[in-house]
Design a protein around this ligand. Structure first.
Ligand SMILES: O=C[C@H](O)COP(=O)(O)O
Length: 279
């Protein structure tokens, strides 16, 4: 890999680790993040031209008060790398394969994503789980992400039916605990995104108090399965119809450390409005 690029990636990862305050973690009574983390998931949207227009439309970058990550479709990772660097935004992938290199047509391996500049990778999004991705694959992908020096952002969340059946905590516990099987080192970076499936792309955001309750539960699950120190340093993001009008109230809650944003991240003005609302 080009040494300047490698240096940049290591700096980004180091910044993230510093913002997680990994020193004296066991002594910290509460969450270690100093800045909210906003992750844009562009999903299967944007052309190269539209993505370039998005970056031309940013007026506020770089953002000092929060950490921003954009996860474009895989073919846009390389062409956008410089624009992302100039804007002070970290580059993330939307998925990776659960195995290292091999005969898996159409797939992308973690080593390549890291080489392209990715510091983060979304894993187990509900749209992928609905297409058949299993908890075991999620765990293997977490292992691949960490093994390739990237930070996994593991999505968990209940469907409308599971919610109505009172299964929310059970569903989330299974997803969280399975994903942790891919984390072998206590100090490995790890992010959870709680995305109630019924809130994704629907305009129905969870009540901040309800989201906080689930985030608190997730933190307890992390503490039970790993340690209190691990649980306190894992950022737990909320996702599901996040916009400039609700981000502030969500992030004001103790266990909501930022957001995973879909629709509102596709336009420069609506993406920046979310970041500005957190000032
Ligand atoms: O990954 C992002 C989530 O699925 C949220 O999407 P949304 O903000 O369009 O509801």
């Amino acid at each position: 890999m080009d040494s300047a690029l490698e240096k940049h990636i290591r700096q980004v990862v180091q910044q993230v680790l510093s913002s997680l305050q990994l020193t004296d973690i066991e002594e910290q009574p509460s969450i270690g993040r100093s800045k909210p983390l906003i992750v844009a998931n562009w999903k299967m949207n944007m052309t190269l031209q539209e993505a370039r227009e998005f970056f031309s439309g940013l007026t506020d970058a770089p953002y000092e008060h929060c950490e921003a990550v954009i996860c474009p479709p895989a073919p846009l990772l390389y062409p956008l790398k410089e624009l992302m660097q100039q804007a002070g935004i970290s580059l993330g992938a939307q998925n990776l394969h659960e195995k290292p290199k091999g005969a898996h047509t159409g797939e992308v391996h973690g080593e390549l994503l890291f080489e392209l500049g990715c510091s983060h990778v979304i894993i187990g999004h509900s749209e992928r789980r609905a297409a058949g991705e299993t908890d075991e694959q999620v765990a293997a992908k977490v292992h691949q992400a960490i093994g390739n020096s990237m930070i996994p952002i593991v999505c968990v969340g209940e469907t409308q039916l599971q919610r109505e059946l009172g299964l929310t905590k059970e569903v989330i516990r299974t997803q969280v605990e399975s994903a942790l099987a891919g984390v072998t080192e206590e100090r490995s970076p790890f992010i959870i995104a709680y995305e109630p499936v019924w809130a994704i792309g629907t305009g129905k955001t969870a009540q901040p108090s309800d989201a906080q309750d689930i985030h608190r539960e997730i933190r307890q699950m992390l503490a039970e399965k790993k340690s209190i120190g691990f649980a306190n340093r894992v950022p737990i993001l909320y996702g599901g119809s996040v916009s400039a009008s609700n981000i502030q109230e969500l992030c004001a809650r103790e266990d909501i450390d930022g957001a995973l944003v879909g629709g509102a991240s596709l336009q420069a003005h609506s993406f920046e409005a979310i970041l500005k609302a957190l000032r």
